[in-house]
Design a protein around this ligand. Sequence first.
Ligand SMILES: [Zn+2]
Length: 46
Amino acid sequence: MLRQPQHTVRRCPDCKAILSNVQGVDACPDCEWIDEPSGNGVRRDR
Ligand SMILES: [Zn+2]
C-alpha cells in the first residue's frame, strides 16, 4: 500500500470521481460512495 503524501485529492474507488468532503467525510457525488470513519467504505445503492 502506498501512502499518499499529506492531503491529496481522493477519488472514488468505484467510479474514480473526485470525492467531496462533507462534514469531515469523503463522499462521492456520483455514486454516493461514502468513506466512513470506521474505515469501511460503503456504497449506497439507489
Ligand atoms: Zn463514485
